[in-house]
Design a protein around this ligand. Structure first.
Ligand code: GLA
Length: 382
């Protein structure tokens, strides 16, 4: 009898350990991550000075106050491995990683790094395949808060096999480190990554133009049911402020990313941003949709052949966030029928870009929307 009880207890402990090692469970990403990443604007031209200046700008120019938190370095910070196999940051551009991270932390911000689940990163720097435990321990030793993990130059095994190895290595450090998967949607990560990471890319790299941005949004849309607190679909980082799109197109970009509960990772030079860019990125009403605790990804509910599109998603206070989007080439009316957006009767209307209450609407709402533009509303049942 006693040995049976002991055996049962041992089995229970084993089951718990197995359970722990099969899930991420780091408590992070209850709402989509907000921050900055070096890649979209700077690519490999990065150094500690730039990152410190970026952190200082984020802390003082209104971005931190709006909720942006992570300062993340992408590819090209690493050059080699030391004889003891630990990773070596570029001695010229990143002479003292710990000091840089301490500086970011001293601004009340968090710090992120980049590596890759292959032999080399996409820019051919040393990556983490086979070095997961050593690298995770190094990151934790530096007090890193976030890891973006790419998928170049691998051993051709599936990402489902390689990414959990780094998840477990990060878990073992005991430091909560946000784990951002970047396998470009190749193996339908939405179907398996919620157990592995806090977010997963659903698309290839974004470019700073309408077609690229719009196609990231529509590809990402397919996976809307899989997102939720702790794990988010990632249609890639923001291009707002990089100059390749019009003001209205950037408003569409930011509106869609917020409604889709996408990570809000700024990709421009925030040390030198225009007021217009800052105003888009700090629109607190639009950000509130992204950060709503319900965490349901809004999705496209209707589209005409002329590109009159309705995107919508529920919020925790029973209201519905709606984007009336015109992806067509001419100004046109866009109508959201309440029956399409899980709403009925009469609702109050709040315009999130005009920052204005606009009375009530019953059964549907129609707005005239310019080409490549959007109106974003919150409809609250009366
Ligand atoms: C891949 C990723 C990008 C960026 C680069 C860096 O292309 O998808 O987001 O990290 O690698 O080399």
């Amino acid at each position: 009898m006693r040995t049976r009880v002991i055996k049962m207890k041992a089995l229970l402990v084993f089951a718990c350990i197995l359970q722990l090692s099969l899930t991420l469970d780091n408590g992070l990403g209850r709402t989509p991550q907000m921050g900055w990443n070096s890649w979209n604007h700077f690519h490999c031209s990065i150094n500690a000075q730039l990152v410190m200046e970026t952190a200082d700008a984020m802390a003082s120019n209104g971005l931190k106050a709006a909720g942006y938190q992570y300062v993340n370095i992408d590819d090209c910070w690493q050059v080699a491995r030391f004889p003891n196999k630990t990773i070596q940051p570029d001695p010229k551009n990143f002479p003292d990683m710990k000091q840089l991270i301490d500086h970011v932390h001293s601004q009340g911000l968090k710090f992120g790094l980049y590596s890759d689940a292959g032999y080399y990163t996409c820019a051919h720097r040393p990556a983490s395949l086979g070095y997961e435990d050593i690298d995770a321990a190094t990151y934790a030793g530096w007090s890193v808060d976030y890891l973006k993990y790419d998928n170049c130059n691998t051993d051709n095994t599936k990402p489902e096999v390689r990414y959990p190895v780094m998840r477990d290595a990060l878990n073992k450090t005991g430091r909560p480190i946000f784990f951002s998967l970047c396998e470009w949607g190749q193996d339908d990560p939405a179907t398996w990554a919620p157990k592995v990471g806090n977010s997963w890319r659903t698309t290839g790299d974004i470019g700073d133009n309408w077609n690229s941005m719009y196609s990231r949004a529509t590809s990402n849309d397919k996976w809307w049911k899989y997102a939720g607190p702790g794990g988010w679909n990632d249609p890639d980082m923001l291009e707002v402020g990089n100059g390749g799109m019009s003001h209205n197109e950037y408003v569409v970009h930011f509106s869609l990313w917020c409604l889709m509960k996408a990570p809000l990772l700024i990709g421009c030079d925030i040390r030198n941003m225009s007021k217009d860019t800052l105003d888009i990125l700090t629109n607190s009403e639009v950000i509130a949709v992204n950060q709503d605790p319900l965490g349901v990804q809004g999705h496209r509910v209707n589209m005409t052949s002329d590109g009159a599109e309705v995107w919508a998603g529920p919020l925790s206070d029973k209201s519905v966030a709606v984007i009336l989007l015109n992806s067509g080439s001419k100004t046109q009316n866009v109508t959201a029928h309440f029956s399409d957006i899980e709403m009925s009767g009469t609702a109050s209307v709040r315009d999130l870009w005009a920052h204005a209450d606009q009375g009530t609407a019953t059964d549907s709402i129609t707005k005239s929307v310019d080409s490549h533009s959007a109106v974003m509303l919150v409809l609250k049942p009366q």
